[in-house]
Design a protein around this ligand. Structure first.
Ligand code: ADP
Ligand code: MG
Ligand code: MG
Length: 252
């Protein structure tokens, strides 16, 4: 389904991805781990076609189509989504209004009918329930005083409604306490489907106790250095990344 071949990409004039290759089949969950600054967020941003990220070599194929040069809208049409992150508060705009606008744009791009107001509200309430967000959350201002946990639940809630073929989740676990982690994991697990692939960037092995990936990859210095099953994450937790990157092994 997703085939990344020898991908090179630049941000701000620096080459960050340096020959990254990765294949993801439908229904699979792939966890990407790796040291800070290794290019994990760059990878998710490049795959979603975000502005400012320039592909300088290699190809990305998705569903039999070369998507390397497509705009974010065209990728959305193809079913590729990066969880929305909107760090700025937008005064006067409620979460529901934001969701409605995003979904309209997305469904239109996917060639689907936009939902009517009743369906939208029903679906939004159901998605809230799945990630244990009170429906009153929908009336609140976008990011107005959201806690870290609420932001992450919100991202998963949006994904549940967007129904992507490829979901890109970046640091879904950051800033979550153990209860919120379990809720978010449950949401991600309910995203799992035979025709959907998930790429999940995570720093911590503990998330993978709840979302058991099919594959774990170590990204370092812009390339996949090692791939394995879920046990690789346990090994990384014990040994750090030094043994892979050739740097001195950090003491455990
Ligand atoms: P990770 O998510 O693995 O921690 P990133 O993909 O965020 O790593 O960053 C990889 C490298 O790219 C880092 O060295 C970072 O400083 C650099 N980088 C990221 N975004 C930009 C940018 N907008 N301009 C210049 N350099 C960037
Ligand atoms: Mg980073
Ligand atoms: Mg990152």
């Amino acid at each position: 389904m997703l085939e990344i071949i020898d991908l090179h990409a630049e941000v701000g004039g620096n080459e960050i991805l340096k020959g990254l290759s990765l294949t993801v089949q439908p229904g699979e969950v792939h966890a990407i781990m790796g040291p800070n600054g290794s290019g994990k967020s760059t990878l998710t941003n490049v795959l979603s076609g975000r502005d400012g990220y320039t592909v300088t070599g290699g190809t990305v194929r998705f569903d039999g189509q070369d998507v390397t040069e497509l705009s974010p809208e065209q990728r959305a049409h193809a079913g590729i989504f990066l969880a929305f992150q909107y760090p700025v508060e937008i005064p006067g705009v409620s979460n529901m209004e934001f969701l409605k606008a995003s979904l309209e744009a997305t469904r239109t791009a996917q060639g689907k009918e936009p939902w009517d107001a009743v369906t939208l509200l029903r679906e939004a309430r159901e998605a809230c329930r799945q990630v244990s967000l009170d429906p009153s959350f929908l009336k609140r201002g976008v990011n107005e005083g959201f806690s870290g946990g609420e932001k992450k639940r919100n991202e998963i809630m949006q994904m549940l409604m967007l129904e992507p073929k490829l979901a890109l989740l970046d640091e879904t676990d950051s800033g979550l306490d153990i209860d919120a982690l379990q809720v978010v994991a449950k949401g991600v697990n309910s995203l799992r489907a035979a025709d959907r692939s998930i790429i999940m960037v995570t720093h911590y092995q503990r998330l993978l106790d709840y979302i058991v990936p099919d594959y774990v990859h170590v990204l370092a210095n812009g390339r996949i250095l090692k791939s394995g099953g879920k046990d690789l994450a346990l090994e990384l937790e014990q040994r750090g990344y030094g043994w892979l990157t050739g740097e001195e092994e950090a003491s455990a």
